[in-house]
Design a protein around this ligand. Structure first.
Ligand code: UD1
Length: 366
């Protein structure tokens, strides 16, 4: 029997663990999965609603570490997770993605000599000002099994000197989740609730510190949205961090007066999938949304200078536009003038990544 501790902490982790836990439970004659939630995200809309939408079992353990500075958050996860790992000796710790909880859990496992499997290994933006890039580099340096979503990730790892036999190209597990839930998402009433017609609106998300923590940059982005709003309304589910900044920089009042920009509370997985998959254009600084729009063939503008997911640019519908108002406006208006184009699904983004992930873990345990 393999005892595997799976760790999640923040919103983008939940979509990645859901099919993996499912697959482990299917092999319950050989695998005992334990689910640990660090509590990095804790609001109903940022956490519980995803467990519900994605049918993820309730976490066996919740560390309830909450928000804090990077070091505080990382340290709190480490202290709490060390207790867990000492009380529940495990064969593997599975970590997903690139959030602080991912790195913190990996450090603890490495120090206790528990093998680490990293799902979504090898992605690199090359930008160390991004907290996630530090988390990726550290987690991959410690992992024993590096499960990659695309071939460019394998190349990054080989370049960093990771032994080839530790790397396994399994495909994109978030796309497993997307395929499994798209039908259910079609039953969401979000378009009716917001009075939207398919392809007649843009969807927006924004939460990166590099975009929202600087008043000048955030104001410039709102300027761009005002101009784009002349063409199509923009629906913007707002991350709590961004909500705080809009208040702090006195932008909420101005936005309230904008007729084409609709700020709403963060949406659950199914509502959000229904929203962006029916949009004409997505504007985002999220990582996962670049991948999801690629698979669905929805044009996506990423408000960043770089991406750790270059395949979404080379093969998909994604364009990097940075965060200056002129570039955002120009590219958005150009995208609205072009036909949306066809979806092209990258290699192994086929809905079966979770099977390959659990196969690889079992294989590496022999
Ligand atoms: C984290 C991840 C980021 C991911 C994002 C998705 C890191 C370094 N960053 O960023 O990679 O894209 O999650 O959402 O791990 N807050 C709440 N309620 C919550 C959670 C957060 O109000 O449930 C507020 C708090 O004010 C908190 C702030 O949001 O301080 C930031 O939360 P945090 O988890 O530190 O980082 P995110 O910006 O969410």
């Amino acid at each position: 029997m393999l005892r595997i501790i799976n760790v999640v902490g923040a919103r983008p982790n939940f979509m990645k663990i859901a099919p993996v836990i499912d697959e482990m439970r299917r092999r319950s004659d050989r695998i005992e999965p334990i689910l640990v939630h660090t509590g990095q995200h804790y609001d109903e809309s940022m956490s519980d609603s995803f467990f519900e939408d994605l049918d993820i079992p309730r976490p066996d353990i919740n560390l309830e570490i909450g928000s804090g500075s990077h070091s505080e958050q990382t340290a709190r996860v480490m202290i709490a997770f060390e207790h867990v790992l000492l009380q529940h000796p495990a064969d593997w710790v599975v970590v997903v993605g690139d959030v602080n909880s991912t790195m913190a859990a990996a450090i603890v496992a490495a120090k206790l000599n528990v093998r680490i499997a990293h799902v979504e290994a090898g992605l690199r933006s090359g930008d160390r000002t991004m907290p996630e890039e530090i988390n990726r580099v550290v987690t991959d340096a410690l992992a024993d099994l590096l499960l990659t979503p695309s071939r460019d990730a394998n190349e990054n790892l080989l370049r960093e000197g990771v032994a080839e036999q530790k790397i396994s190209f399994v495909g994109n597990v978030m796309i497993d989740t997307l395929y499994r839930h798209i039908k259910k998402a079609r039953r969401s009433s979000v378009l009716e609730r917001l009075n939207l017609r398919p392809r007649q609106f843009c969807a927006m998300t924004l939460h990166r510190p590099s975009n929202v923590d600087d008043a000048k940059i955030l104001t410039g982005i709102i300027d761009a949205l005002e101009a784009i709003g002349e063409r199509l309304p923009i629906v913007f589910p707002v991350h709590p961090r961004t909500r705080e900044r809009l208040e702090q920089f006195n932008l909420s009042k101005r936005i309230g007066k904008m007729k084409s920009l609709f700020l709403i509370e963060p949406l659950g997985y199914l509502d959000f999938l229904q929203l962006y998959s029916n949009s004409r254009l997505v504007l985002t600084d999220s990582g996962g949304i670049q991948e999801e729009t690629t698979v669905l063939g929805i044009p996506c503008l990423t408000l960043r200078p770089n991406t750790e997911r270059p395949i979404t640019v080379f093969e998909g519908t994604n364009r990097l536009v940075g965060n200056t108002p002129d570039a955002i406006m120009r590219e958005a208006l150009a995208a609205l003038d072009r036909p949306a184009g066809a979806a092209r699904v990258p290699e192994l983004w086929d809905g079966h990544a979770a099977e390959r992930i659990v196969d690889a873990i079992e294989e590496a345990s022999r």
